[in-house]
Design a protein around this ligand. Sequence first.
Ligand SMILES: Nc1ncnc2c1ncn2[C@@H]1O[C@H](COP(=O)(O)OP(=O)(O)O)[C@@H](O)[C@H]1O
Ligand SMILES: [Mg+2]
Length: 165
Amino acid sequence: MLFNLHPKEHRDELFGRDSEVEYIKRQVRAGNWVIIGGQRGIGKTSLLKVVLNELSRDGLKTIYINVRGINTLRDLLSLLINELNKHKISLRLSLSLNFILGSAGITLSRGSRVFNSLLELLLSINEETVIGLDEVQELSRVSGQLIKILGNVFTGNPKVSFIFM
Ligand SMILES: Nc1ncnc2c1ncn2[C@@H]1O[C@H](COP(=O)(O)OP(=O)(O)O)[C@@H](O)[C@H]1O
Ligand SMILES: [Mg+2]
């Protein structure tokens, strides 16, 4: 197993990264957001997946999103909606114009604006949730807007934290 080519997901397959795993978990628990940097193949995705697995075992909601090939906020928004629905993450969206609440979760209302919807969605998350965004450089074309949204979420919703790489 040690030599398979997929990112590792469990601590016992991840070699020599115990201090990094502990450091990231500590930062997340302290309410900080984390950036994992490093060259391709160094083990960033593996580290993220192990961290998310362990945080979810500890009772936090965790979402992994690989944004490779995603270069619009609209695509990011629909990935996020899918993940929030899949993990049944609780949201405060009762009076929203941007979303429709259904039995299977939420969907985007017709005509809703992407920037507003993404911001509203992230602000509405109502339980401790850690979102890992892998290959975030792929979003460089929309980084200006994304940074505004994230800045707002950092100050406006302490229940959400991000790990970027
Ligand atoms: N610390 C590690 N222990 C075991 N395997 C590792 C470790 N770091 C990287 N790998 C292996 O190397 C390959 C690349 O790792 P990956 O997590 O995809 O790196 P990155 O996301 O930085 O490109 C994968 O096959 C992964 O299983
Ligand atoms: Mg990777």
